[in-house]
Structure formats: C-alpha cells, structure tokens
Write a protein that binds this ligand. Structure first.
Ligand SMILES: *[C@@H]1O[C@H](CO)[C@@H](O)[C@H](O)[C@H]1NC(C)=O
Ligand SMILES: *[C@@H]1O[C@H](CO)[C@@H](O)[C@H](O)[C@H]1NC(C)=O
Ligand SMILES: *[C@@H]1O[C@H](CO)[C@@H](O)[C@H](O)[C@H]1NC(C)=O
Ligand SMILES: *[C@@H]1O[C@H](CO)[C@@H](O)[C@H](O)[C@H]1NC(C)=O
Ligand SMILES: *[C@@H]1O[C@H](CO)[C@@H](O)[C@H](O)[C@H]1NC(C)=O
Ligand SMILES: *[C@@H]1O[C@H](CO)[C@@H](O)[C@H](O)[C@H]1NC(C)=O
Ligand SMILES: *[C@@H]1O[C@H](CO)[C@@H](O)[C@H](O)[C@H]1NC(C)=O
Ligand SMILES: *[C@@H]1O[C@H](CO)[C@@H](O)[C@H](O)[C@H]1NC(C)=O
Ligand SMILES: *[C@@H]1O[C@H](CO)[C@@H](O)[C@H](O)[C@H]1NC(C)=O
Length: 434
C-alpha cells in the first residue's frame, strides 16, 4: 500500500497483561446520549437503522453463508451502544460500537482517505510509541476474510503491510491497514499487542458518535477473543436515556450471586460452522398475550446448510423475525390491542391512541430452550408522538430467514456470554449499577 499510514515502528513496552482475576471494565453509552434528541427522534433513528439492516439482508437473498475471501460478512451492526477505551502510548480515546455480530476491531485513522465525521480526534498512529504494523504473514492478517495479501502472489507479500477490507450486512465497509497497539481500559488495565484495523476509507451507516466498531463475535480477532477471556457481559441502559453502563470482559466468578434479586436464566449458545462469528440461540416459540402462536420450531432453527436460525446481536436495534413469523406476531398484536391500527402494511406497526389513554398491551414472551423471556413492556413497545398525541408502536420488524434478537429487546438486562461453557445467561438489572 502506498499510503504511509503508520510511521513508527515497534517498540513494545512491557505493559500489564490482563489478570484473569481483574476483569476489564469499559464504559458503555448509548450512541445518541447527550445529543438532546427527543425520544421520538431517537426511536426514529433506531428504526431507520434496524430497517436498513433488514432490507439489506432481504435484498441479499441467501445472504447468510459467508466464505473466506469474499467481502460479504454477516456481522451486521447498527450503531447503538458505544464502548469507550483508549489505544496507544500515550493513550488516545476511541468509542466503538459494541457489535457481537462481527469480529474486527477498527477505528478511523490519520490520514483518512474517506472518513465519516467523528467528535473525538482521529487516531494518529504516529503519536504512539507502541504501534506496530502487521504484515501479511501475521496470524491476525490471515484471520481476515479479505485482504490485499489474499490477491496475487502471497509468498512475496508476507512482509508487506496487511491491507484489509471488512464489510457489513448493512452495506458499511472499512478499508485500511492492520496494526497492533496497546489497549488501555477505563480501570487502568493495559493490554499490549491488540490487533485492530486502522480504517482509512470508511463508508456506510455511521451517523452516530462512534469512531469505529468493536467486534465481540466468536472469531479470533474480536475483543473477547484477543483478550482471551472466558466470558463477557453487557447491560444496556434505557435506550431513550443517557446513563452509562459497563461491558465486562472476564467476569468475577461471583457475578450471579451479586445480581440484585432477579432470576438468572440460562440457555445454550449454539455455533454455526457456516457463520462462525455469530452467537446463535435456540428459540422455540413466541407467546403474544395469552396465545402461543402457531409457529413450527423449524421457523427459528438453523438449517443444515447454515441458513436461518436465531442470533443475539448487540449491534442490531429492533428484533427481526422471518416474514411469516412477523406476520403472525403482527396479526396477534392487532387482534389483542383493541386499538385501531395506524397503517397495517407499514413497519413498524403503530396504533392510534385516543388522547389521554394508556393502552393495555399484550405480553410478549420468547420461549428459548430452557428459559422464557417475558419482556417488559418497554422492551417491545415504544411511543412516537404526532402533534402531541402519543402513538404506540411495536419495536419488531420483518427480516430475512434469520431471527435477530436486537438490543431494543435487551435493555435493562444483564446479559452474560459464557464462552467457556457456551451458555448465555440473562437477568433483569438496573444497568447503571452493574
Ligand atoms: C460524542 O463523543 C464526545 C467524546 O466522547 C462527547 O464529548 C460528546 O458529548 C458526544 N456527543 C454526543 C452527541 O453524544
Ligand atoms: C462533517 O463536519 C464538517 C465540519 O463540521 C461539516 O462541514 C460536514 O458537513 C460534515 N459532514 C457530514 C457528512 O456530516
Ligand atoms: C500525526 O502525528 C504526527 C507526529 O506528531 C504529526 O506530524 C502529524 O501531523 C499528525 N497527523 C495529523 C493528520 O494530524
Ligand atoms: C511469487 O513470488 C516469488 C518470490 O518473489 C517468485 O519466485 C515466484 O515466481 C512468484 N510466483 C508467481 C506465481 O508469481
Ligand atoms: C473507498 O471505498 C469505496 C468502497 O467502499 C470505494 O468505492 C471508493 O472508491 C474508495 N475511495 C477511495 C478514495 O479509495
Ligand atoms: C425509559 O425511558 C422512557 C422515556 O424517558 C420512560 O418512559 C421509560 O419508562 C423508561 N424505561 C425504563 C425501563 O426505565
Ligand atoms: C469468567 O471467566 C473468568 C476467566 O476469564 C473466570 O475466572 C470467571 O470465573 C468467569 N466468570 C463467570 C461468571 O463465568
Ligand atoms: C437451505 O435450506 C433451507 C431449508 O432446508 C432451504 O429452504 C434453502 O433454500 C437452502 N438454501 C440454500 C442456499 O441451499
Ligand atoms: C401505509 O404504509 C405503506 C408502506 O409503508 C405505504 O406504502 C402506504 O402509503 C401507507 N398508507 C397510508 C394511508 O399512509
């Protein structure tokens, strides 16, 4: 690559490695926190982002299976919650969208060829004494799906800088150089040699306050994988609020006993060899109100060819169901809401509300293999406002064959990914206190 992206060479200072007894704690904030947007604006933005993803997946047809070397990656972020930490020596702050649907960690870098606006100074690798360029021959480079090294004569490019291209299901793409540097977390712990993308040409849906994306997927380049932790957790505060919370990597063993009051439920995490990045769950059924919907379990199941299935994704806003399932949920809400529908063919589904009334909303329960997730009303209904009149809407969208449990449905819950045992636990929580 002709761009002189990184000037400094390796000078790795011995820094504190992460101790398994001392978990890494990062501050997490909703991306729109502090922007002074009304809840209505926030939710509009979120709906747009979720829909952008769903449409992209629909237009992709059989979009899900991914093969190495192609630009299509199923990791599909919508910008919602940002993880805050710092990179380099001295440390430069970054704020990255927490995305359990992708693997690469990247931030925009000087000198950008095409970057989106960010409020933090753009990472300048020349200012760091600990940064190192990663060559094509490095393990990290070979873990990437698409690099300049893949093309042409690889034996002759082993020592050249690894130039990557990483794309997301919503159409966003980052192109840049792969480097390694020290990550410094809010609790003061510093971890050397973390591989990340120095993004020089970043295009797509980046309208929020992020500087890049932190992949939390199962692949070797993700933050949990590089930190070699056995588990991580996040706890999303009210999406219309601005309270920060923490993402924990390497949890204290006594975590469960310290979660105040609520019942901890646990279900299996499933792996899909066709899309190894993603965290699949076993969803069995849906209850709306008192009705268990007549949905065959196969509607949520992973097929032998790796399509379909149900994932939990921190980078998607609203949950999406396959069109047939969505249609049953949609009809059940219409039947049980006893309110006129605003527009039965529009998404999301919204209702007309007589002024001054608060509607009864049917329950929404997701039945997993083991636990049942009885969602609080605020985790699936939101209110738009039209000239002072509130309009209740369902925070669920039709998607493709894969069901995606989005972060709207994950609010106010502590969600623990136990990677060592392939289990996911969740418990209702006051997230700003976790
Ligand atoms: C964006 O991030 C910067 C740096 O962290 C922060 O000062 C600012 O308040 C954020 N802006 C919004 C609108 O969230
Ligand atoms: C980025 O910020 C500059 C300066 O504040 C502004 O002129 C430009 O319109 C912004 N670009 C986008 C895409 O928001
Ligand atoms: C990055 O830092 C170097 C070293 O201080 C400086 O010379 C350069 O101008 C900086 N780059 C940008 C784009 O600010
Ligand atoms: C690859 O590069 C090596 C070393 O430069 C050279 O010997 C070899 O002929 C090249 N192979 C091809 C297929 O170009
Ligand atoms: C940036 O990447 C996009 C594709 O993501 C490409 O179309 C565009 O030409 C690139 N821009 C530059 C300046 O390389
Ligand atoms: C979240 O915030 C909205 C608007 O401020 C509020 O109506 C709602 O009750 C809050 N939900 C929770 C669970 O705190
Ligand atoms: C999380 O993993 C760490 C090691 O990374 C282990 O010591 C701890 O017991 C685990 N905690 C839970 C809650 O599984
Ligand atoms: C994968 O399997 C499903 C169900 O078995 C089938 O509907 C779909 O067409 C298959 N897709 C591909 C790409 O083979
Ligand atoms: C209802 O929504 C559909 C799909 O968004 C739209 O095409 C149609 O114009 C809407 N109808 C009314 C009456 O607004």
């Amino acid at each position: 690559m002709s761009n002189k992206m990184v000037h400094k060479l390796v000078l790795l200072v011995t820094v504190l490695a992460i101790a398994s007894s001392a978990p890494v704690r990062m501050q997490l904030m909703h991306t729109d926190a502090g922007r002074g947007l009304t809840p209505r604006e926030l939710l509009h933005r979120m709906a747009q982002r979720s829909r952008a993803r769903a449409e992209r997946l629909l237009s992709d047809g059989a979009s899900v299976p991914v093969t190495p070397g192609k630009l299509d990656d199923s990791g599909v972020p919508d910008t919602e919650y940002l993880a805050h930490f710092a990179i380099g020596t001295p440390a430069q702050p970054v704020q990255l969208t927490l995305d359990s649907g992708s693997d690469l960690i990247w931030t925009q870098c000087q000198r950008c060829i095409s970057c989106f606006n960010q409020s933090l100074p753009v990472f300048n690798a020349s200012l760091s004494s600990t940064v190192a360029e990663l060559p094509c021959g490095s393990a990290a480079c070979q873990d990437l799906p698409a690099t300049a090294c893949n093309a042409g004569n690889s034996s002759s490019t082993n020592n050249q800088l690894c130039v990557y291209s990483y794309s997301y299901g919503d159409g966003s793409v980052t192109i840049g150089g792969l480097v390694a540097d020290t990550f410094v977390f809010g609790d003061g712990s510093a971890v050397p040699d973390m591989a990340f993308g120095c993004g020089l040409n970043n295009t797509g849906i980046f309208k929020s306050n992020e500087t890049g994306i932190a992949g939390f997927g199962r692949g070797p380049l993700s933050l949990p994988s590089q930190l070699k932790v056995d588990n991580f957790s996040y706890c999303f505060t009210n999406i219309t609020g601005s309270a920060p919370s923490s993402v924990l990597l390497g949890l204290p063993a006594n975590l469960h006993s310290s979660s105040a009051g609520g019942v901890v439920q646990t279900t299996r995490l499933i792996q899909n060899p066709s899309i190894p990045t993603l965290y699949y769950l076993s969803l069995k059924g849906i209850t709306v109100g008192s009705t268990m919907l007549p949905i065959p379990e196969s509607a949520f199941a992973l097929t032998n060819n790796g399509t379909g299935g149900t994932i939990i994704d921190s980078g998607t806003g609203m949950t999406t169901f396959p069109p047939d399932v969505y249609s049953l949920v949609h009809d059940a809400f219409i039947a049980q809401m006893s309110l006129p529908v605003l527009n039965a063919t529009a998404t999301p589904l919204c209702f007309k509300l007589p002024a001054g009334t608060k509607p009864d909303v049917p329950k929404l329960i997701l039945h997993f293999d083991g636990p049942t997730l009885d969602l609080p009303r605020d985790n699936y209904m939101f209110e738009l406002e039209d000239e002072g009149v509130p309009i209740p809407c369902l925070a669920i969208l039709p998607g493709d064959a894969m069901t995606t449990i989005g972060n709207y449905q994950q609010q106010n819950m502590h969600i623990i990914y136990d990677l060592a045992n392939n289990m996911l636990s969740f418990v209702p929580a006051q997230c700003d206190e976790v």
